[in-house]
Structure formats: structure tokens, C-alpha cells
Design a protein around this ligand. Structure first.
Ligand code: TYM
Length: 329
């Protein structure tokens, strides 16, 4: 039997090159070997304030980007989280098995809580909803970037805890699928290589949005921080900014880091950045064209309706099984 893959992306702004290289690109590869569910996790986006009109558009755009990046809706299931109520239902049942201390320890919660004046309960229980997303589908493999590692560990802990309680496999314990940093597991900010590239950054120069125009992409890459050594070599510790640009170069060109190092020996950063900008523009061009095509009225909506129906059918037995175990129904 094919492995089951599940992953989700928040529609909380314009998706970035980090989302693409760290996660979405791998969704596209995995769909040929596994039974895949890819979800626009709109309920997760609500953990911080959202403008309803913008959210609605971002939900559709995230789904368009999935398809434009190469996820085939005939092969994979693409859907919106809030259209499958079982996610919220299972989330509550899992919350009743989660300790507050576990959620307080989540580094992403601690970071986000610092950035927002009002911290909602949803921001804290967010990883439980993520566990529900994954466990509902009997998931074997979860392709994500490095920043989601701790959330996946919680998901595994919850599954094991519940399986232990009932003395049988109520939930499958999922495995993470996280690329190493040199292969996109953590794409860093263009303005601060100590931070990950993030769509929620207040500084748009720090990230490349997948729908940025060629001009904007070029400007952002040309002004990306580097260092004073002016040598193109991979050294995550001492040259994090240049190493990050080399990872992006490698993933967009298919060339290895060693090939890139050899190619740019003796070159300054100017030529390297110019070539990189061109590569990123050409990598995103077909994706952007496809997103424009999918913006025709109804095009993405019909894909999402079909996806939600498939997801509802796939999720129902697992929720029912757990409800019965708990003495409900
Ligand atoms: P989100 O929406 O922040 O990011 C979507 C995916 O992109 C990856 N990612 C990155 N990878 C490499 N470098 C970066 N700079 C970078 N920024 C983001 C993320 O790791 C993620 O894989 N909680 C999740 C969404 C979610 C989910 C799930 C994921 C909800 N339910 C169930 C998997 C399974 C999140 O906020 O991702």
C-alpha cells in the first residue's frame, strides 16, 4: 500500500521562497510515490489577527500556488482545513490529552507570544490542531521545514500517549520528512541570516514572495546581506548569509554546492547575485504564469470542492474510531 503523506501551509500572507524550497517543492515530488493530502490551514492562520477580505484571497492564492507549483489535483487531494470540520473536532479531543506545560515549551509559541500584545488561547493550542490535521489521515510522512520539527514531536508524543492509554494503535505515529539545511530545510532571511525567511516578517526585503515581480526579486537579491570576505564558499557558521544564497542557487539550478563553489572561484558577490536573481526569476516565472491562469473565476474553487469531499471521506472513520474509544457516540 502507498504511504500516506499530509502537510499544510498557512494562508497568512504571501508565501515565500522558504515555503517553496523547504516544503512545497517536496510535496510535488512525493505525490508520485505516496497518497498525498495537502491542506490550506486557514484555521491556523486565525491564531493571529487577520483581515477577513485578505484572508479569503490568501486562502485561494495558497491553493493556486499548490497547483501552480506542480501538485496535480488528479493525483493529490488539495483542500481547505475549515471545510473539513473533523479537524476542529479531533483537535478538541486531543487538547484533552495535552499538557499545558508541553504547549508553553513550544519555541514558536514563545516567539510569537513575544511579538503580539494579546496572546490568544488559539496561539497556544495551535500545535494540537496541527496534530489533529496529521493524525486524522493515518499519516506516515509529514514533509515540512525544520521550524516544524518540535510540533511534529508533539504530534508523535500525543499519538503514542493515546495508543498507550488504550493499549492499541489508535493513531499511526507519523515520521517527519525534513530536508537538511543545505537542501532547503531552513531558508534564512535575506536581511538577517540568523532568522528564518518568514512571510510574517514586517520587512518585505527579508523574503522573496513567490508572486513578487522579476524587478522586485532582482532588487531584493542584489540588496541581500553578505559579508566582507567576498568569497563564495559554503560555511553555515562563519558565512551564514552567503551559504543561504548558495542553497537557494543550488535548489533553483540543480547544481551542487561544490559545483557552485568551483564556478564562482575568484568572483565577487556582484556577479553571483546577478546570476542568482536571474535563476530565481526563471524558477518562479512558470509558477506565476500558472497562478494567473488559475485566477479565472471558478478554476480553483472547483478543485477545492472536490478536495474537501475527498478529505471529509478520508477523515471521518478515524475521528469516529477515536470518539468511540473515548466513550462518545
Ligand atoms: P507555515 O505556513 O509557516 O509554512 C509552510 C511550510 O513551509 C515551511 N517553511 C520553511 N521551510 C524552509 N525555510 C523557511 N524559511 C521556511 N518557512 C516556512 C514550513 O516548515 C512548513 O512546512 N504549522 C505549519 C502548518 C501546518 C502543518 C500542519 C504542517 C498546519 N498543520 C500539518 C504539516 C502538517 C505552519 O505554520 O507552516
Amino acid at each position: 500500500m502507498k504511504k500516506r503523506v499530509f502537510s499544510g501551509v498557512q494562508p497568512s500572507g504571501s508565501l515565500t521562497l522558504g515555503n517553496y524550497l523547504g516544503a512545497i517543492r517536496n510535496f510535488v515530488t512525493l505525490q508520485h510515490e505516496a497518497d498525498c493530502f495537502f491542506c490550506v490551514v486557514d484555521l491556523h492562520a486565525l491564531t493571529v489577527p487577520q483581515d477577513p477580505v485578505a484572508l479569503k484571497e490568501n486562502i485561494k492564492n495558497t491553493a493556486r500556488i499548490f497547483v501552480a507549483a506542480g501538485i496535480d489535483p488528479e493525483i493529490s487531494t488539495i483542500f481547505v482545513q475549515s471545510q473539513v470540520p473533523a479537524h476542529s473536532e479531533l483537535s478538541w479531543l486531543l487538547e484533552c490529552h495535552t499538557y499545558i506545560g508541553e504547549l508553553r515549551r513550544m519555541t514558536q509559541f514563545k516567539d510569537k507570544a513575544k511579538k503580539h500584545e494579546v496572546v490568544t488561547t488559539g496561539l497556544m493550542t495551535y500545535p494540537v490542531l496541527m496534530a489533529a490535521d496529521i493524525l486524522l489521515y493515518n499519516t506516515d510522512l509529514v514533509p515540512v521545514g525544520e521550524d516544524q520539527k518540535q510540533h511534529l514531536e508533539l504530534t508523535r508524543d500525543l499519538a503514542l500517549r493515546i495508543n498507550n492509554r488504550f493499549g492499541e494503535e489508535v493513531f499511526k505515529v507519523p515520521e517527519p520528512y525534513i530536508p537538511p539545511r543545505s537542501q532547503g530545510g531552513r531558508i534564512m532571511s535575506l536581511t538577517d541570516p540568523a532568522e528564518k525567511m518568514s512571510k510574517s516578517s514586517p520587512n518585505p526585503k527579508s523574503y522573496i514572495a513567490l508572486l513578487d515581480s522579476p524587478d522586485v526579486i532582482k532588487k531584493k537579491i542584489m540588496s541581500a546581506v553578505t559579508d566582507s570576505e567576498a568569497a563564495i564558499r559554503y560555511d553555515e557558521e562563519n558565512k551564514p548569509a552567503v551559504s543561504n544564497l548558495m542553497v537557494i542557487y543550488s535548489l533553483c539550478s540543480g547544481k551542487s554546492i561544490a559545483e557552485i563553489t568551483a564556478q564562482y572561484e575568484g568572483c565577487g558577490y556582484g556577479q553571483f547575485k546577478k546570476d542568482l536573481a536571474e535563476l530565481v526569476v526563471e524558477t518562479l516565472r512558470p509558477l506565476q504564469q500558472k497562478v494567473a491562469e488559475l485566477s479565472a473565476p471558478g478554476a480553483i474553487e472547483s478543485i477545492l470542492e472536490a478536495g474537501a469531499a475527498k478529505a471529509r471521506a478520508a477523515a471521518a472513520p478515524q475521528l469516529q474510531r477515536f470518539q468511540e474509544k473515548l466513550g462518545l457516540r
